[in-house]
Design a binder for this molecule. Structure first.
Ligand SMILES: [Zn+2]
Length: 336
């Protein structure tokens, strides 16, 4: 065991004591795409005792350029990411307890999924779930490491309940959907999530062993421009989460899906959305599929999924009763 970690123990920031703390620690990684595969790989190799990996998606060919834990076999066998990640990583370090969980993290299950963890790591692709994690983190006093990457840039910050400002201090509310770029609209190149995932892994090690060098700023990088900036963040006095109001753990703030009987359709509704510009949304979606719109609705077809979007943020997925698919398409293309 000592031999496996000898080079890491030699590093003064870790040492024997730090290594012991890592092996006694338990982390939850939520989302196992580009960021999540980097984080999971680093922490399993580093000897963190328990690693739970949660993801709701299957692996697709267009993931392989940046999600370094997966291969073509995984795509062919239609494996969920959480399961493929668990299988690959068990071969890397059999002394770590690795659990892959196929689930869509939401207001109803988040508290159960993070209970018992020392740290939560963000490998997500959407803001909605990050607000849910932020609420669960502060409520249960479990620190979390935010990370996001898109295009050639990325951002990370640590949220340590009771010590640092929280995610909602920095991002007070969800931006109107359709405005936030996602990997499916803006694209992404692998070095951006690789760097952010690596920074998150380093912060995870520091937080788990209680190092004093923990980052308290927000770090913003751009690999195309070759820039690295840090910004001080202040707590926001009127932040509901910091005041103990965990609004995203309540049902009325979550995205809701309903099967529309007789119409062979599923409706997705995000109660937080007010005015959606169909014109702006059409601009975003044009490169991705077939789009047509008028002032009252937008019709969008991609990969044989036919969707209709309304200015109140409602989406209807035609010819389907699949609620989780409808929710996933909503997050992917409308962008919350
Ligand atoms: Zn706050």
């Amino acid at each position: 065991m000592i031999d496996r970690y000898s080079r890491q123990i030699l590093f003064p920031g870790i040492g024997k004591e730090g290594q012991k703390k890592l092996s006694d620690s338990s982390v939850v990684i939520i989302g196992c795409g580009a960021l999540g595969t980097i984080i999971a790989t680093s922490l399993v190799r580093a000897g963190v005792g328990k690693v739970k990996i949660i993801d709701r998606d299957l692996i697709e060919y267009h993931n392989l350029h940046r999600q370094l834990l997966y291969d073509e076999e995984d795509v062919k066998s239609q494996l969920p990411k959480a399961i493929a990640a668990e299988r690959h990583l068990k071969k890397v370090n059999s002394s770590v307890e690795i659990e892959g969980v196929v689930a869509d993290v939401n207001y109803a299950n988040v508290e159960r999924l993070v209970t018992g963890a020392d740290l939560i790591l963000d490998g997500l692709d959407n803001l909605e779930t990050r607000f849910i994690i932020n609420d669960a983190s502060l409520k249960h006093k479990i620190p979390w490491v935010y990370g996001g990457a898109i295009s050639a840039s990325g951002m990370t910050m640590n949220i340590i309940p009771g010590e640092t400002p929280c995610f909602r201090c920095v991002f007070p509310s969800l931006s109107p959907p359709g405005i936030i770029p996602t990997c499916d609209t803006a694209g992404v190149i692998s070095p951006a999530p690789f760097i952010i995932g690596s920074l998150q892994s380093a912060e995870a090690m520091k937080i788990l062993i209680g190092a004093k060098e923990i980052n308290r700023d927000i770090i913003v990088i751009n690999v195309w421009e070759g820039t690295f900036h840090r910004f001080k963040i202040d707590p926001r006095r009127d932040c509901p989460t910091c005041q103990g109001r965990y609004e995203f753990l309540q049902i009325q703030f979550g995205i809701r899906t309903t099967i529309l009987c007789g119409q062979n359709s599923v409706q997705v509704l995000d109660p937080k959305v007010e005015g959606l510009s169909l014109e702006e949304l059409a601009e975003h979606l044009k490169p991705l599929g077939e789009v047509s719109y008028n002032e009252s609705m937008l019709r969008f077809t991609v990969d044989s999924h036919e969707m209709v979007v309304f200015p109140d943020g409602r989406l209807i997925l035609k010819n389907s009763f699949n609620e989780s698919l409808a929710r996933a398409l909503y997050v992917k293309y409308i962008g919350t």
